[in-house]
Design a protein around this ligand. Structure first.
Ligand SMILES: [Zn+2]
Length: 126
């Protein structure tokens, strides 16, 4: 389940940020920049009982996070597909001993992530 945080968003984000640098890509393949900083998306919402742990969080930049929640209202099927993708990434990470090193997506997940970014972008202009 992972560490539970007292001041969740801020502390978790600090932990996550340790593994990411400016210019890398988030889990929806948006570039992390000083103007497009990293945030945490809670896959199962707090309101629905989702825990405030890294294992329930996807690191998304401000832009992709906003796009994802616009998608939530426009195409709920795509929204839940993307969340299932995040859960698969997390399940994969949990199966590995070296969790921290695997915040970065591997090539296969990265390909999928880029497909979701494309689908997401199309949905925004619907
Ligand atoms: Zn969110």
């Amino acid at each position: 389940m992972g560490k539970i945080y007292q001041n969740p968003n801020q502390l978790m984000l600090q932990d996550v940020l340790e593994y990411y640098q400016i210019d890398k890509l988030d889990w929806l393949s948006y570039q992390i920049t000083k103007g497009n900083i990293l945030t945490l998306h809670h896959i199962i919402k707090q309101a629905d009982g989702g825990p405030l742990t890294i294992d329930n969080s996807a690191p998304l930049t401000k832009k992709s996070h906003r796009a994802l929640h616009i998608c939530e209202s426009k195409d709920n099927v795509l929204y839940s597909e993307i969340n299932k993708f995040f859960l698969r990434v997390i399940a994969y990470r949990l199966a590995l001993a070296d969790l921290e090193a695997k915040m970065e997506l591997n090539d296969e997940f990265r390909r999928e992530s880029k497909e979701y970014k494309l689908a997401l972008t199309k949905t925004l202009y619907k």
